[in-house]
Design a protein around this ligand. Sequence first.
Ligand SMILES: C[S@@+](CC[C@H](N)C(=O)[O-])C[C@H]1O[C@@H](n2cnc3c(N)ncnc32)[C@H](O)[C@@H]1O
Length: 251
Amino acid sequence: MINKFLRSLRRINLLIEPTLRHYIVLIRIWYFVRLRGQLHTLESQNAVKANVMHNLKSLYGANNRTNLLIYPLAIIETLNVNSQILVIGPRNENDLFALKGLGFKLKNIVGLDLISYSKHIKLGDMHQIPFPNESFDAIICGWTLSYSTDPFLAASEMIRVTRPGGIVGIGVEYSTMGPDDEKKLLGYQIQEFEKIGARVNSTAQILALFKDKVDHVYFNHDAPRGVSHSSSGLVENVSNVAVVFSIKERS
Ligand SMILES: C[S@@+](CC[C@H](N)C(=O)[O-])C[C@H]1O[C@@H](n2cnc3c(N)ncnc32)[C@H](O)[C@@H]1O
């Protein structure tokens, strides 16, 4: 009886708890970056110029908005705890550990980012994903596409490395800010509007990047409150755009 109880205690996954998870993430960043000097960055010709500078400012931050992508993965029945998952743009280990908290195995989860301090995050560019075709059962790309000056290329790379029938989840912040608003708020511009034309700002725009490869849309969260940061300041609960869908099987 006691043994059974102790065995069940060992199965409790503490990483599901966001505050505890964040502390673990913070301690590991401090250890690997400050103590071991293990921070590496990469430039991409298809990323906005401000990317690394801007994202390093919040390296220690953990934002649980990626739950919009991670929670659907945990309940879609074509995935299971052994699924191979690519996390594009995790910035730190929080997204990866949140997936582990939901039961996925850490050995099957890999991050890809232009910033890395962790063996779980491969340094690389989503416009040239360093993995063979059809490597993953699922890909999530949370709050990262807006740093691309060529989101079509990023989407085509995601299609290439997802297995047919696999799942893709993309999230971006909903925003009505233009270049002048960004400069006023931050002192610099993030999005290179002259290259992208318009910001990817709705689930329809995300799905359009994947064209006829989109099969079933499992989750469509199209910034229902429509709240954006503005040049006069950040709002506490900014809206988010998130969509989770499957990639068509080859015909
Ligand atoms: C805003 S953070 C998102 C962190 C986390 N996923 C979240 O939603 O809170 C965006 C991350 O995407 C990474 N990133 C930007 N462009 C990238 C690219 N071309 N390839 C891979 N990662 C990229 C940035 O370095 C950064 O770590």
